[in-house]
Design a protein around this ligand. Structure first.
Ligand code: CTP
Ligand code: CA
Length: 222
């Protein structure tokens, strides 16, 4: 009964979540992408909805049922994702960048299917824009939450990433603990230090993360 009368943690907050991989075309039928199922980002969107937030979910190509209460925007490439984020960002209170954005794209693409030869091929790539960094360095940024997938040196890499992108909060996991799984092990890094979230279903981790965000968000709003 008590819980019913308590306002929800993110009641009325406008939350933007990016999720899934991006896909960067090389030709009409090929491209490069990152290993990402989108499960964590979709869980985060669900947990934010449960917490009373209004949620926009910008998703790369995944095979998941989207949460029906969220506004869904489907994108393919990192540049599409950045454009979709820019459209939404001015009205957003909390930005959660869960997407595994491809760091590079091919310098040139072939509209047709490239035919094979017996020669060796060279592909040239250029860096994609960093969507989270763009948002976090806006003049009046929303509360920004980054994600980091590492394969080694989790703490050192995560803290360096958090500082470089000027983030109040970063959730880090080992790629081998997370990719494709329904479960995840997370460590949260913020100005106060770190918090270890022991292995649990991604939806449970997302709920714990939302609780932590709500606390920090209240503090910085004071
Ligand atoms: N990110 C982003 N746009 C990019 C690359 C990353 O928004 N072009 C975001 C991710 O959504 C994530 C955070 O930045 O929240 C960290 O992504 P990650 O790939 O772990 O870090 P990078 O800064 O790309 O560094 P690296 O891949 O070299 O570890
Ligand atoms: Ca990256």
């Amino acid at each position: 009964v008590q819980a019913f009368f308590q306002p929800k943690l993110l009641q009325g907050k406008r939350v933007l979540v990016t999720a899934g991989p991006t896909y960067e075309a090389i030709d009409a039928v090929r491209g490069i992408t990152n290993l990402s199922s989108g499960k964590m980002g979709y869980a985060v969107a669900r947990a934010a909805l449960e917490a009373g937030a209004e949620v926009t979910l910008i998703s790369g190509p995944v095979c998941l049922e989207p949460p029906r209460a969220a506004k869904l925007v489907n994108v393919v490439s990192a540049r599409d994702m950045l454009a979709a984020v820019k459209k939404e960002i001015s009205r957003i209170d909390i930005f959660m960048s869960v997407a595994a954005v491809a760091d590079y794209r091919a310098i040139s693409t072939n509209k047709q299917k490239t035919k094979k030869t017996n020669d060796k091929v060279m592909l040239e790539f250029i860096p994609n824009p960093d969507i989270l960094e763009h948002v976090a360095t806006l003049p009046r940024p929303p509360f920004c939450v980054g994600f980091a997938a590492e394969t080694e040196n989790l703490e050192k890499n995560a803290e360096a990433k958090r500082r470089k992108k000027k983030l109040p909060l970063l959730a880090a996991n080992l790629a081998q603990d997370a990719i494709g799984s329904d479960e995840n092990t997370l460590t949260l890094f913020d100005d106060e230090g770190k918090n270890y979230l022991p292995r649990a279903l991604k939806i449970e981790q997302a709920r714990r993360l939302i609780k932590h965000i709500a606390l920090l968000y209240e503090k910085q709003a004071e």
